[in-house]
Write a protein that binds this ligand. Structure first.
Ligand code: FMN
Length: 361
């Protein structure tokens, strides 16, 4: 469609044609980044240790950082906030903000730091975020979101994506989501990730907003049908890879949040089940062991053991020793003197017969 527009409309100005060409290139580039399976941005959960660990479990998932505000990127401890390990790729930086110029500057910084994608958060309902007039409340300002995305896409070669809800409060999801989608598509977004429920800004906590407003997958399917050229990723309530697979003929990709974090063993089955490739490691126990060199390196850098091992607690399910593993890490890894040996001792509590992962994930 973009090609036809370029070729067919003689009245289009040179500048507009260049802009379209740039958008087309960006979309082509974005195709290199496979969004079939994404791990959601989760504040205080998907930090760099968590992302490194998740990458041990799947080569192919696209991994998101927790949301970082434009203010923090521009004025905070930037290197600490944006640092990531080369092994994390492909990795997307999620930004929170609403000022097109600041977002463009942050996108440039993300590019310089080597991120593969930059994502704008239009789904977070927290009070703090609302006070800053960003996050989910931007669902009511599609034109501003379009300006933000346009400024970001103009600033970088990276694909720019948006993560949103289907609406907020008393918005009609048919209209609200359509208006937002048109705005971001026109502005050159490479993909839209839709958490398939509303956010209720008044009266629900962020946590309640992840469970109480009902899921409406059909609304996201209709969105994809109406926007065949835009990559649409479905998020919300996907509890297993079987469930994820069931959506894939209706949308381009899936994003898993809590199930990926709380039961990371599921991620070992992502490459075989969704990409037809061998699992990265043979078992959860092999994954636990593969994390040891990283832990040793981070301890030398002054990181506390618990900062890494807290992300590993859900790695074993249905394996003899799983509870003892969790208990050992919860009590011992939190001590100031905890060392890699503490972690090794926890792994030793796990029986060698690992639960099958692919079939159950
Ligand atoms: C602890 C936690 C922190 C979250 N932080 C963010 C965030 O920083 N940015 C964001 O877009 N969504 C955030 N979310 C929402 C998730 O990305 C996701 O949209 C939501 O959990 C629904 O997906 P799920 O049902 O697969 O968990 C967070 C969710 C959780 C559980």
């Amino acid at each position: 469609m973009v090609v036809e527009e370029l070729a067919g409309d003689g009245r289009r100005s040179e500048a507009a044609a260049m802009q379209l060409r740039a958008q087309m290139e960006k979309r082509m580039r974005s195709k290199d980044l496979d969004r079939k399976f994404c791990i959601a941005p989760m504040m205080e959960w998907t930090d760099r240790h968590c992302r490194f660990f998740h990458r041990l479990l799947t080569r192919r998932a696209l991994i998101y950082t927790e949301m970082i505000t434009t203010g923090a990127v521009l004025h905070g401890p930037r290197t600490r906030l944006l640092a990531h390990d080369p092994a994390e790729h492909p990795v997307a930086l999620q930004l929170g903000g609403c000022d097109p110029r600041q977002l463009a500057e942050c996108a440039r910084i993300a590019e310089a730091f080597g991120y593969d994608e930059v994502n704008l958060n239009i789904g977070c309902p927290s009070d703090r975020v609302q006070e800053g007039r960003f996050g989910a409340c931007l669902m009511a300002e599609p034109a501003l979101v379009g300006d933000c995305v346009a400024a970001m896409t103009a600033a970088v070669k990276l694909p720019v994506t948006v993560k949103c809800r289907i609406g907020i409060d008393d918005q009609d999801p048919e209209e609200a989501l359509e208006a937002l989608t048109c705005a971001v598509e026109r502005a050159g977004a490479a993909a839209l990730i839709v958490h398939a429920r509303k956010a209720w800004l008044d009266g629900l906590s962020p946590r309640e907003n992840r469970d109480i407003p009902p899921l409406d997958y059909a609304r996201v399917y209709r969105l994809k049908a109406a926007h065949p050229d835009l990559c649409i990723v479905l998020n919300g309530g996907i509890a297993s890879l079987d469930q994820a697979l069931a959506h894939l003929d209706r949308v381009d990709g899936l994003m898993m949040g809590r199930a990926a974090y709380q039961e990371p063993w599921r991620l070992l089955a992502v490459d075989p089940l969704l990409f037809g490739e061998p699992a990265r490691l043979a078992s959860p126990k092999a994954a636990a062991e593969a994390l040891i060199p990283y832990i040793e390196r981070e301890l030398v850098r002054g990181v506390r053991l618990h900062a890494v091992t807290r992300h590993v607690l859900g790695l074993f399910r249905g394996v003899p020793g799983a509870r003892a593993f969790r208990r050992h890490l919860a009590t011992e890894a939190t001590k100031p003197a905890a060392h890699a040996a503490t972690y090794r001792a926890a792994i030793a509590l796990i029986a060698d017969l690992d639960a099958p992962t692919v079939a159950a994930a």
